[in-house]
Design a protein around this ligand. Structure first.
Ligand code: RAM
Length: 882
C-alpha cells in the first residue's frame, strides 16, 4: 500500500488524549518501499495544510487553527516520495484537553471517621445514582484521584488502565484519564461509582516506606459530560450527592499488599437500585491542593495495563498447608486466584523472588534496615483473601503490586493448578521497538533478563526495583535510558518523569535521588537535605533529556527541561566552588586554583556497588571527587550541546567554558605526572575514557591500564552502577574488543552470565545476588547492570545512533563480531522506520544484511574496515573473517 503508516501524535499512537499544546507534533513512517519524502499534506476534519515541501516526517508541529478544548480531531497525512503521491494514511485521532473552566465537578473525600494505620487502610466505594431521560448520543468521563481509583458505570469497569491516575509529583501534576462511556449509559437510572485506595498518594512506597507522602486523605474527582441527541447536555460530577462506604477491600497498600474479605462484598454496588441509605455522605473539598485545577494534566506516556498473563510452571508443597506457585519469571504485577475455598477460608499469599533451602518463598533479602528510623522494615508483598464461598468470585488485587516469581499460598484446602491461579504482568504499556538474537543462547537469555527487568520497573515511573523500594531512582534511569530507548519507545514515559523531576528540584538546584519525591515530613529534615544532590543521580536531569533527544529527535523536551538542567549544573558548580573535601583541605591548606572546579564534597553514592571494595571506609565518607567532578564535567558539556541545539549561543559558550575548566581540574587533580590515574579502579578508568576526561594522547595508556586491572581480576569486571554501561563500549572503542567479549562471556562471578547460569530471569542489583547455595542478597530485579545489552545492540549487531543526526535520521551500522559468535541480528523500530542488521559467518566469510528505512541513510562499516554509504532499502555485503 502506498500510504504513510504508524501515525503518532507527540510520542503516542492513536487516540491520544488531553493534548494541551496548541501545536502537537505529528509523525509517520513513509510508505513501504519509498526512498525519501519531498512533501507532505496533513488534513484534519476542519483544516488542510495543502502540499508542504518538506522532508520532515518526525515530530512535525500541527500548524492549523487553534482547536477548542475537549475536541476530538481526526487527522490523516499523505506524502510525495520517489513512489509519487501516496494515498491518505488511515485516520488517527487526538483529543484536546478540557478547558479548566469546563470543570464543574468538585473534589470529594470518602467519609472516614478515623484513619487506620498505614497498611490497614481499606479501599472505599463511592457512588452516585442519576437519571437520564434518554440514552445519550455521546458521553465522556474524565476522572482522577488522590490515591488509586477504578471507575465503574452501571456495574461495568471503565477502561483497562491500571493503578490510575498513575504516579506523578501530585502537588505539581495530576493525571486525568478520559473515556468514552456512551455505550454504558442508558435511559432511566444510572450509576457512576469508584473504588478508591491509598496508592502512592497516601500509602507507603520507597526507601523509607513512610505513608501520607502527599496528604492524609484520599479523594476523587470525576466528571461525566453527556450529550443528548437533541444537542442538550447533562453533566454529572463528583459532588455532595455522592455516598461512600467500605466494601470487600479491607486493606490496600502498594507495598504491604491487599486484603479482601469477600463476605463484605456489596453485590450491585455500582448499579442502580441499591439501597445506599446506610452509606455515608462524601465530603466536598475545595481548599488547599483541591483548589488547584491547574495541576490537572494528561500523561504523555501510555497507561499501565495488565500486559500479559503467566501460567504457573510448577506448584509444589514444601510443607502441609502451604503451596508454592512458580511462574517461571520474575515480574511486576499480581496474582489472579479463582479457587478460594469454602466460605470463611482465609488464604494468605506471600510474594517473593527466590526460594529458601526448603523450597519455600524467602523474603529475608528484601527486608531493609532503615537507619533513619532505627527499624527494620517488613518486606510486605502479602495479600490475604477470605472466601464468601460464592462461585465466580475471583481474587485479583488491583490496588497493590508485587515484584515476584514465586507465591506462597497458605490456608487453601484445595490444590492449585493453571486453571485456578495465574499471574498478571503489570506495567506501562510501552510499544516494543527493539529485538536481538545471536548464536549464543546464554547471551539471548541475558538479553531477555534485561528486557524483563525493564518491564518490571516501568510502572508509570522508572523504578529501581519492583519489590523493595519501587522508587523512581534518578541514577538508575540515567544509566539505563539509552538501553531502554532501543527496547521500547520510552519517549513519552521519560518526558512524563522529567516533568516531575523538575517539579521536585530544590530551589538551590539540587535534585532528589528519586522522583517523584514526596519529601516526607516524618523523616529527619537534615538527613533528607544531606542525601539530596548526589552526582551521577541528579545528572539524570541532563542525561535523560539528552538521550531522549538523540533517540527520538525531540527538541521540545530539551527546551522544556533546559532550566532544570541549568539549575542542576549551577548547583554542582557552586558546591565545587564553595566547599572542599576535608582530607584534601587538611593536606593542602591553601586550595590550588583548579579546586574551584573540583566537586569533592557533599553526599554522593559514588560508583555504587562495585564487586570488591578496596577501601572499607563507608561510602559516604569517601572522596567522591573523581566521580562528582567527572559528572559535573559531563553534564556541563552536554548542557552546552543542548544550548547549541536550541540556538542559545550564550548558554553554549558559558557551559562549554565551564565544562573545559572542570575537565582541566579533573586532570590536574586525578592524573599523575606519568599519565596514570590516581584512582586505580576499573570504574575510574572506564569513566575517564567514556567522558573523554583523559587527553587524547593518554587514551591508549589509560585503556591499557584498564585491561591490566581486568586481567589482574582474572578477567573479571570491577565496575558498579555508574561505569558498567560504558565498560564494554570503551574497551571496544579503544581497540580491546577481544577483552570486551571475554568479559561479556565470563561466567564466574562477578559477571552477567554468572547470574544467568544461576537461573536469573531478571538482572540482580548486586554482582553477588545469589550465593552458590542459592541464598539471595539484595534485590534480584534492578535493570541498571542490564545496560550491558546495549553492547549487543550497538557493537555485536552494530546498530548505532549518531549524535549529529538524532532519531536515527542518519546512523551507523558497524558490527564487531567476536567471542566465537557465528551469527547475530537486531531489529529496531526507529522514529523513521525499521532498521535491521543481521550477520552470520560461514566458510570463512562474514555476511551482513542491513535494512535502512525510508527517509534515512546509514554508514556501514564492515569488520574488515571497508566503509560504504547506504540509502533506504536492503543491502548485502560480505568480507573475509579476520
Ligand atoms: C538503592 C536503590 C537504587 C540505587 C540507590 C543508590 O537503594 O536500589 O538502585 O540507585 O540505592
Amino acid at each position: 500500500m502506498n500510504q504513510p503508516t504508524r501515525p503518532r501524535v507527540e510520542h503516542l499512537d492513536d487516540d491520544v488524549q488531553g493534548i494541551r499544546h496548541p501545536a502537537p507534533r505529528l509523525s509517520w513512517w513513509l510508505p513501504a518501499g519509498a526512498g525519501s519524502q519531498v512533501a507532505y499534506r496533513i488534513r484534519t476534519d476542519v483544516w488542510d495544510s495543502g502540499r508542504v515541501e518538506s522532508d520532515q516526517s518526525v515530530l512535525v508541529p500541527y500548524s492549523g487553527p487553534a482547536i477548542p478544548g475537549g475536541r476530538r480531531v481526526t487527522w490523516q497525512v499523505k506524502v510525495w516520495t520517489d513512489l509519487g503521491e501516496s494515498d491518505w494514511s488511515e485516520p488517527a485521532h487526538w483529543e484536546t484537553a478540557l478547558e479548566l473552566d469546563s470543570w464543574q465537578a468538585s473534589w470529594i473525600e470518602p467519609a472516614e471517621d478515623t484513619v487506620a494505620e498505614p497498611g490497614d487502610r481499606p479501599a472505599y466505594l463511592l457512588r452516585r445514582e442519576f437519571t437520564l431521560h434518554e440514552a445519550p448520543e455521546h458521553a465522556r468521563v474524565r476522572v482522577t484521584a488522590h490515591g488509586i481509583y477504578e471507575l465503574f458505570v452501571n456495574g461495568v469497569r471503565v477502561g483497562e488502565d491500571e493503578l490510575t491516575p498513575g504516579f506523578t509529583a501530585y502537588r505539581a501534576h495530576l493525571q486525568v484519564q478520559s473515556h468514552d462511556v456512551t455505550g454504558l449509559l442508558r435511559q432511566g437510572p444510572n450509576v457512576i461509582g469508584a473504588v478508591l485506595s491509598d496508592g502512592w498518594f497516601r500509602g507507603r512506597f520507597g526507601f523509607h516506606r513512610v505513608a501520607d507522602g502527599y496528604g492524609t486523605r484520599t479523594a476523587l474527582l470525576a466528571q461525566l459530560d453527556i450529550q443528548a441527541a437533541d444537542g442538550g447536555t447533562v453533566t454529572v460530577g463528583t459532588d455532595a450527592d455522592w455516598r461512600s462506604t467500605v466494601g470487600e477491600i479491607v486493606a490496600a497498600d502498594l507495598m504491604d499488599g491487599q486484603r479482601v474479605d469477600f463476605r463484605r462484598a456489596i453485590p450491585g454496588w455500582a448499579e442502580p437500585g441499591l439501597d445506599d441509605a446506610a452509606w455515608s455522605k462524601a465530603t466536598v473539598r475545595d481548599d488547599g491542593l483541591y483548589a488547584d485545577f491547574g495541576r490537572l494534566t494528561t500523561s504523555p506516556a501510555p497507561p499501565v495495563r495488565r500486559v500479559e498473563t503467566l501460567a504457573p510452571v510448577a506448584v509444589t508443597s514444601p510443607r502441609p498447608g502451604v503451596q508454592v506457585v512458580d511462574f517461571g519469571q520474575n515480574i511486576n504485577g499480581w496474582v489472579r486466584l479463582s479457587e478460594l475455598g469454602p466460605r470463611g477460608t482465609k488464604v494468605t499469599l506471600t510474594h517473593g523472588e527466590a526460594l529458601g533451602p526448603e523450597g519455600d518463598v524467602t523474603m529475608d533479602h528484601l527486608a531493609v534496615a532503615d537507619d533513619t528510623q532505627g527499624v527494620t522494615l517488613d518486606p510486605g508483598q502479602r495479600d490475604e483473601v477470605i472466601s464468601a464461598g460464592r462461585p465466580g468470585d475471583v481474587f485479583e488485587p488491583r490496588h497493590t503490586t508485587h515484584g515476584f516469581r514465586y507465591v506462597r499460598v497458605e490456608g487453601l484446602p484445595v490444590s492449585l493448578s493453571k486453571d485456578t491461579v495465574s499471574a498478571a504482568v503489570v506495567h506501562t504499556d510501552l510499544r516494543r521497538t527493539g529485538w536481538f538474537r545471536c548464536s549464543d543462547e546464554r547471551l539471548n537469555r541475558l538479553h531477555e533478563a534485561a528486557v524483563w527487568s525493564f518491564r518490571d520497573n516501568a510502572c508509570d515511573v522508572p523504578t529501581d526495583c519492583p519489590q523493595r523500594e519501587r522508587a523512581g531512582f534518578t541514577g538508575d534511569w540515567q544509566i539505563f535510558v539509552p538501553t531502554a530507548a532501543f527496547l521500547y519507545d520510552v519517549a513519552g514515559f521519560s518526558v512524563k518523569w522529567l516533568r516531575d523531576l523538575a517539579a521536585d528540584q530544590w530551589p538551590d538546584g539540587r535534585l532528589p535521588n528519586w522522583a517523584p519525591e514526596p519529601g516526607h515530613a516524618r523523616r529527619s529534615e537534615d538527613m533528607y537535605a544531606y542525601i539530596t544532590g548526589s552526582a551521577g543521580w541528579g545528572d539524570a536531569a541532563v542525561i535523560v533529556p539528552w538521550e531522549i533527544y538523540l533517540a527520538y529527535g525531540d527538541q521540545r523536551v530539551l527546551a522544556d527541561q533546559y532550566a532544570s538542567m541549568a539549575r542542576w549544573v549551577a548547583y554542582g558548580a557552586r558546591i565545587a566552588r564553595e566547599q572542599r573535601f576535608p582530607e584534601r583541605a587538611a593536606v593542602r591548606p591553601v586550595a590550588a586554583p583548579h579546586e574551584a572546579y573540583l566537586w569533592d564534597s557533599g553526599f554522593h553514592w559514588g560508583e555504587w556497588l562495585e564487586p570488591r571494595h578496596a577501601d572499607d571506609t563507608p561510602f559516604y565518607l569517601q572522596d567522591h571527587g573523581p566521580v562528582a567532578t567527572a559528572y559535573l564535567y559531563w553534564s556541563a558539556h552536554l548542557l552546552s550541546r543542548v544550548a547549541t541545539v536550541l540556538g542559545k549561543a550564550d548558554g553554549a559558550a558559558e557551559y562549554g567554558e565551564l565544562a573545559a575548566r572542570v575537565r582541566d581540574a579533573w586532570r590536574a587533580e586525578f592524573i599523575r605526572p606519568d599519565g596514570s590515574l590516581s584512582v586505580d579502579t576499573q570504574a575510574n578508568h572506564v569513566r575517564a575514557l567514556a567522558f573523554g576526561l583523559v587527553p587524547e594522547e593518554l587514551r591508549a595508556q589509560t585503556a591499557q591500564r584498564l585491561v591490566e586491572l581486568i586481567r589482574a581480576a582474572d578477567t573479571h569486571l570491577g565496575t558498579g552502577f555508574l561505569a558498567t554501561p560504558y565498560l564494554l563500549p570503551v574497551l571496544a572503542d579503544t581497540g580491546h574488543t577481544d577483552v570486551a567479549y571475554e568479559l561479556l562471556l565470563q561466567d564466574t562471578r562477578p559477571s552477567w552470565l554468572a547470574m544467568i547460569d544461576q537461573g536469573a530471569t531478571t538482572v540482580w542489583e548486586d554482582w553477588d545476588g545469589v550465593d552458590d547455595d542459592g541464598t539471595p542478597h539484595a534485590s534480584l530485579n534492578h535493570y541498571s547492570k542490564g545496560a550491558v545489552v546495549s553492547f549487543l545492540h550497538r557493537h555485536v549487531a552494530g546498530i548505532r545512533p549518531r549524535q549529529d543526526a538524532p532519531a536515527y535520521r542518519h546512523f551507523d551500522i558497524r558490527p564487531e563480531p567476536g567471542g566465537g559468535l557465528v551469527s547475530a541480528e537486531a531489529e529496531f523500530d526507529s522514529p523513521y522506520g525499521r532498521i535491521s542488521s543481521r550477520w552470520h559467518v560461514s566458510k570463512g566469510r562474514f555476511h551482513l544484511t542491513v535494512t535502512v528505512p525510508a527517509g534515512t541513510t546509514a554508514t556501514v562499516t564492515m569488520p574488515d574496515g571497508r566503509v560504504f554509504d547506504a540509502g533506504p532499502g536492503e543491502h548485502h555485503e560480505t568480507c573475509p573473517t579476520s
